[in-house]
Write a protein that binds this ligand. Structure first.
Ligand SMILES: [Zn+2]
Length: 494
């Protein structure tokens, strides 16, 4: 008979843009379905880390999973700033209570992101691990999954035993990393794996738009990690690219390596990958070209004229969803057959909803802009409503305007990652040659890595707003950019 194994499952994830003015508050984590516990928590995010973890853990005999009450992603998604101390203390307090009430446990799975930023708590994921360890004791094993945008250093693994981060951006392997976390947690509990780690920081910090793993040298970092995992059994490599829009002390590239009781091997691999990143530091910053909005729209016109369509025109820098700079330029240069997806405008959508807006109505409104300077000015659009519909927790209005263009208004920031989803709000994809979206890299999932778009152009406004590639224009307080390439020399020792 296999020995009974009890594993607690917890979730706490956010990618915090600390330069946004709206804090992420306790109420943002509380909505129908969140917090979740028991089977409801285990069934949240079935295609992501959680789904992979649960699937694999349940393939082992004698494993019991206990979903401890945990918050799901805040309803603001990634469109909110600093998490308040009240939110962190209340939510982790509940988790700790749940662990105490339901214990004892042989293992704990933490489904995390890694780029959470909390007022007054420098390394929130490590702090959560420390509190969990204090409840479950030294004998239990703690494993976590991470996004590669996590801001990490050696603190987390002082309290936890193992971490598994995705290797691709877009993050295709979330489910796979969840599966690995489950398998290695069970093996460690059964005494079949002795997690030993090495961590190496590389002082390079850059904007996420550059980090697509479909191009070198970002691709090479992922590939080198995969190569080490393939050639050395029981080795796991995390290359955290980091999330620079969180003003926290552990930004910058971080390499973590896990081995089965072999500290020398862990150190050798961590050094190898850190060296590879440092040697390629210049190319890491130039692999993706970013155009001005005027240039990007002009190049779109040329691509359409040459038949190199569909074109994706992505404003990667809009962090509120309300920015109108690209829409304005599309109108100024008189582009046609464009889908603008989306302009977030909570006030306009609320007004339209209250007025009972529906297909066929005339439309004449100033929309977008205003939430802060990075959103620009509102733009007046006159046209006809094609569709007005409730879905995915927000109200959507589709407006036809100009020469065969469509504007999609949403309530919150929306990152369109896949053109086919637009069909659900009535968009006929064949009627359009240009998709003007707000996304940095995730759009490559549905527009690029499947061969859909023939031309891809990334743009940002001339002014360095909060999603900019010019990080030195941002008001960091907890990060000294001069210690990081390319803002200073950085100090890297192999
Ligand atoms: Zn990410």
């Amino acid at each position: 008979m296999p020995q009974e194994i009890r594993i607690a499952v917890l979730h706490f994830a956010h990618e915090t843009v600390t330069f946004l003015k709206n804090d992420t508050t306790l109420s943002d984590f509380i909505y129908p379905g969140s917090p979740a516990k028991g089977e409801a928590l285990l069934k949240a995010y079935p295609k992501s880390y959680m789904g992979g973890f649960v699937k694999m853990a349940r393939e082992f005999d004698g494993v019991e999973l206990v979903g401890i009450e945990s918050p799901l992603w805040p309803k603001t998604g990634t469109g909110s700033g600093w998490i308040t101390e009240e939110a962190f203390e209340t939510l982790t307090g509940k988790m700790v209570e749940g662990l105490k009430a339901e214990g004892p446990f042989d293992g704990v799975y933490l489904s995390l992101h890694g780029a959470m930023a909390v007022r007054g708590i420098a390394r929130p994921e490590a702090e959560l691990a420390r509190r969990v360890r204090a409840v479950v004791g030294r004998k239990a094993f703690i494993a976590a999954t991470f996004d590669l945008h996590g801001n990490e250093d050696d603190e987390f693994l002082k309290h936890a035993d193992m971490g598994f981060a995705v290797k691709y951006f877009p993050h295709y392997d979330e489910y796979l990393q969840g599966e690995r976390a489950a398998r290695m947690l069970v093996r460690a509990i059964r005494g079949d794996y002795e997690p030993v780690h090495a961590v190496k920081k590389v002082p390079i910090v850059t904007a996420t738009v550059r980090m697509w793993t479909g191009a070198s040298p970002w691709m090479d970092l992922s590939q080198r990690a995969l190569t080490w995992e393939a050639r050395e059994p029981d080795v796991f490599v995390n290359v955290f690219f980091s999330f620079p829009f969180a003003d926290v002390p552990d930004v910058g590239i971080t390499v973590q390596v896990l081995t089965n009781g072999n500290p020398k091997l862990a150190g050798d691999i961590a050094r190898d990958i850190a060296d590879l990143a440092w040697r390629n530091r210049e190319a890491l910053l130039t692999s993706t070209k970013i155009y001005s909005i005027a240039e990007g729209v002009a190049l779109t016109k040329q691509a359409v004229a040459k038949g190199e369509t569909p074109v994706v025109l992505a404003d990667h820098s809009d962090r509120s969803g309300s920015a109108t700079f690209l829409l304005k330029e599309i109108i100024a240069q008189d582009l046609s057959q464009v889908v603008v997806a989306t302009i977030a405008d909570a006030k306009a959508t609320a007004k339209l909803k209250a007025a009972g807006a529906r297909a066929g109505d005339a439309f004449d409104m100033e929309i977008g802009g205003l939430v802060d300077e990075s959103a620009g000015d509102p733009v007046r659009i006159t046209g006809t409503i094609l569709n007005a519909v409730e879905g995915f927790g927000q109200f959507w209005v589709v407006v036809k305007f100009g020469r065969g263009n469509v504007l999609i208004l949403s309530t919150y920031l929306v990152q369109i990652m896949d053109p086919f989803g637009l069909r659900t709000i009535g968009i006929d994809l064949d009627a359009f040659k240009v998709f003007a979206i707000k996304s940095r890299v995730h759009f490559r999932r549905g527009f690029d890595d499947n061969g859909f778009a023939k031309t891809i152009l990334l743009v940002e406004p001339d002014q360095p707003f909060l999603g900019t590639i010019h990080l030195d224009a941002l008001p960091y307080r907890n990060v000294d950019l001069k210690k990081f390439y390319p803002y200073g020399e950085g100090e890297f020792r192999a």
